[in-house]
Design a protein around this ligand. Structure first.
Ligand code: CMC
Length: 428
């Protein structure tokens, strides 16, 4: 017998179906509620609202579980390559050796971007934030590939758009960095793997060929996998809702990049390092900043702490903390902000305020320390997050299209003025 929840309101009883997920999580289906009762639900920030059914990522925030298509994040981060994970997220299964070879070859054929992208790039002032540049360049792909504007084309054509996107984003990301540095762009080298090619485009100069350190390439591979998807977060939900109006993949992801940019979402990785630097410059008094974060009259928050879904620990943070230790010791780097980060974590984890609210370090708390060790400047950190998140955004967009989801259009509770008469002002 299908389970139902009952809503008692105004002398009537409304039966609401219960939907059960693959991991036995339960949801009340309220999609017909307004038609039946005139009621809508109110849930600011969608704290308790499922916007879709999805088979991509499973997350249990209480137990700190994260799985892509059923595979644990710990296993994937330890053993897989980023392109393997991208294939898994987008197509639903891990690739066979042959499928992976074909996928890599397809991707490597499309890494070059149209030469006119350079003119667009040249138009940006060097002080432009690379996230703004990236979002604009992604949007500009619609101009170079006008057929991609129609998401209802054949599956083969949509797949071409997807492959091009995976292939070109490293080039666009590295070029947004080169614009910031006012250095000439470096063209892709298709004999290299995904991470190596990106690192080379970032750090080589026409006069100096950057030698790729395998430690750096392996760390980047792990970071990209850890960021590859995270179910219905702010940017994924943005990509789905923009795409639900039948906007193109490039346009939808360009909006997702803008959503990721904010410091409460992906922009936290930049904000964490800026916060740690500030604490260091201020004499390293960790207690002072913990007190500021607890003070409700002070807008300061501990960046890299807290998560909408994880209330015990963020499994990605556990992996990243260890990776930060390994990378720093393998590269022989001592970063004084790492000590501040560890002290901050220790003090906050023992503090009642943080314990009571389930506030723990999230994925962004230690990722910036690794990016810094790899030689990546602070305002590029969120671009790195975007590079990792691309397969997730594509998978979310593709699933939304394949499920033929209706246009996203929330309701509201109106609190403005009731009807009043317009009286013309005396126009002298
Ligand atoms: N420092 C101090 N207090 C905090 C923090 C923090 N970082 N985060 C939450 N709180 C408090 C908040 O003031 C509230 O207290 P009270 O109940 O007394 O009003 C309580 O904890 C619940 O916070 P909330 O803002 O209602 O929780 P939320 O689920 O809406 O927000 C969050 C989640 C991630 C936006 C928030 O924890 C935050 O702003 N963290 C800092 C930014 C950050 O690190 N973001 C990266 C998230 S992980 C990367 C990704 O986006 O995927």
């Amino acid at each position: 017998m299908t389970k139902k929840a009952e809503l008692h309101y105004d002398g009537k009883v409304y039966e609401l179906p219960i939907i059960t997920g693959a991991e036995n999580e339960k949801a009340i289906d309220i999609s017909k509620l307004r038609g039946q009762s005139g009621l809508v639900t109110l849930d600011k920030g969608f704290k308790n609202t499922g916007s879709c059914e999805s088979a991509i990522t499973f997350l249990n925030g209480e137990e700190g579980i994260l799985r892509y298509r059923g595979y644990s994040i710990e296993d994937l981060a330890e053993k897989a390559t980023f392109l393997e994970v991208a294939f898994l997220l987008i197509y639903g299964e891990l690739p066979t050796a042959e499928e992976l070879d074909n996928f890599k070859e397809d991707v490597s054929k499309h890494t070059l971007v149209h030469e006119d992208v350079r003119s667009i790039l040249d138009g940006f002032p060097s002080k432009s934030h690379p996230m703004g540049v990236l979002s604009s360049l992604v949007s500009s792909l619609t101009a170079f590939y006008p057929k991609s504007l129609d998401p209802n084309r054949s599956a083969e054509e949509v797949n071409g758009t997807i492959i091009r996107f995976i292939a070109k984003l490293p080039t666009l990301a590295a070029w947004s960095f080169k614009n910031r540095m006012r250095q000439p762009v470096i063209y892709p080298d298709n004999s290299l793997d995904y991470c190596e090619n990106f690192i080379r485009m970032m750090f080589s100069l026409p006069t100096v060929n950057y030698e790729i350190n395998p430690v750096v390439a392996a760390a980047l591979n792990k970071l990209l996998i850890l960021h590859a998807d995270h179910e219905q977060n702010c940017s994924a939900a943005t990509v789905r809702i923009v795409g639900s109006s039948h906007a193109s993949l490039y346009a939808s992801v360009s909006a997702g990049i803008a959503a990721l940019w904010g410091p409460l979402h992906g922009g936290a990785n930049q904000a964490v390092i800026e916060m740690l630097e500030e604490i260091k410059a201020d004499g390293g008094d960790v207690d002072k900043y913990v007190a500021k974060a607890k003070d409700k009259s002070d807008p300061f928050r501990l960046m890299g702490f807290g998560h909408r879904v994880y209330k015990n620990f963020d499994p990605r943070a556990t992996i990243i903390k260890k990776a930060a230790d390994d990378v720093l010791s393998e590269l022989g780097i001592e970063d004084p902000v790492l000590d501040i980060a560890m002290e901050l974590e220790k003090v906050a984890l023992e503090d009642e305020y943080f314990k009571a609210r389930g506030l723990y370090p999230n994925v962004d708390f230690y990722s910036g320390i690794i990016y810094r060790a790899l030689g990546i400047p602070t305002d590029m950190f969120t671009v790195m997050f975007a590079l990792g998140r691309l397969p997730g955004w594509i998978a979310q967009w593709k699933e939304m299209r394949e499920n033929n989801e209706p246009i996203g259009r929330p309701r509201q509770v109106y609190t403005g003025a009731t009807q009043r008469k317009y009286v013309a002002i005396d126009k002298r």
